[in-house]
Write a protein that binds this ligand. Sequence first.
Ligand code: HEM
Ligand SMILES: *[C@@H]1O[C@H](CO)[C@@H](O)[C@H](O)[C@H]1NC(C)=O
Ligand SMILES: *[C@@H]1O[C@H](CO)[C@@H](O)[C@H](O)[C@H]1NC(C)=O
Ligand SMILES: CC(=O)N[C@H]1CO[C@H](CO)[C@@H](O)[C@@H]1O
Length: 346
Amino acid sequence: MTKMMNNNKSTTHSSLLIVFSFLLLSPCVFAQLTPNFYKVSCPNAEQIVKQVVIEQFAKDPTITAGLLRMHFHDCFVRGCDASILINSTSSKSSEKTAGPNLTVRGFELIDEAKRRLEAACPSKVSCADIITLATRDSVVLAGGPNYAVPTGRRDGLVSNPNDVDLPGPTQSVTSAFQTFKNKGMTLDEMVLLLGAHTVGFAHCSFFSDRLSNFQGTGKPDPTMDPALVTKLKGLCAIGSDPKVFLDQNTSNVFDNEFYRQIRKNRGVLKIDQELASDPSSSSLVSTLASNPAQFFKSFGDAMTKMGKIDVLVGTAGEIRKNCAAFNPRPKTFIDSVLDIVEKIIE
Ligand code: HEM
Ligand SMILES: *[C@@H]1O[C@H](CO)[C@@H](O)[C@H](O)[C@H]1NC(C)=O
Ligand SMILES: *[C@@H]1O[C@H](CO)[C@@H](O)[C@H](O)[C@H]1NC(C)=O
Ligand SMILES: CC(=O)N[C@H]1CO[C@H](CO)[C@@H](O)[C@@H]1O
């Protein structure tokens, strides 16, 4: 009898233990992005972001391009965690200082949205969600598709220029795809996301080799329309490293014209042009060039998926008060002990 009671007791104990650890772990196990995550904690969050985007877009419609590229660079380096927003300090350089990221723009818009969100609901809305929502809102304003942006991302605690390993414009389609594959994206999704090059600019330094001395031939890239070569040579001769539109036709409109242009040999970046001819991508390019509705739907789906890459949720990371700086870290008990140990060693 006693034995049985003991058994029962220990069973109850272990069940309690299981339930207890389950409760402890559950925020981590079940935390995930959800539609309208801020419904209760900051009901106007999405409206506040949208309002800032509307105001900035009215002043500068090319902000759509800035945000799209910022979002891509954020998600492909340590996941969509706003690590791209961190400013370098005197002691530590951040992602922002890495090569291509120097030309990322749109930081002021994020800062303005954050300022208004902190006024409305302090420490609730992550910078990572602001980037994701603002990008979507700006795509819609430029004439592009509306797509789902589930929220609940948290901001990362690391931003390191050495983590920046983005594909370059002179890479082949196959080689650039390795980076996308490593992030769980398919080749078709890469082709769709590169459709974002329907808006925005490229600095001449990213493609000038194609205009005069392509791969040491002393001649322009034969896959570029000679009329475009002449035009870009002219544009690139003015000032120091000027920028030209990536989509040479409907430059500020989010449409499927990018695919139509590359099919006419009018792609500006080498990798963009190669999408039209590479056997792995050419048939999708041809479909998207003639089917804007399919481009919009599939681009939206690919953006929703990109926005989920390696996100921090639940209690991971933090909600930054200032998107350009990590929150000051309060000293923990362990920090204090380490301080004392350090003093003793000295
Ligand atoms: C293989 C992948 C990619 C490569 C090699 C690439 C390369 C580039 C390069 C070299 C530029 C010019 C930057 C400058 O001169 O400032 C650029 C601009 C841009 N990229 Fe990409 N990109 C890639 C994928 C993407 C993706 C996935 C998106 C978004 C979904 C994107 C959106 C943009 C936009 C909107 C611009 C114009 C930026 C502006 O006007 O400030 N790119 N890209
Ligand atoms: C520019 O785009 C419009 C709309 O897609 C198209 O009708 C026109 O043919 C394009 N022009 C050139 C030069 O590609
Ligand atoms: C981050 O850097 C930008 C430009 O370099 C500056 O305008 C902004 O005020 C900085 N933000 C912080 C929090 O240091
Ligand atoms: C595409 C590109 O130029 N990527 C660069 C990003 O920055 C790092 C660090 O400076 C370079 O190594 C990459 O080549």
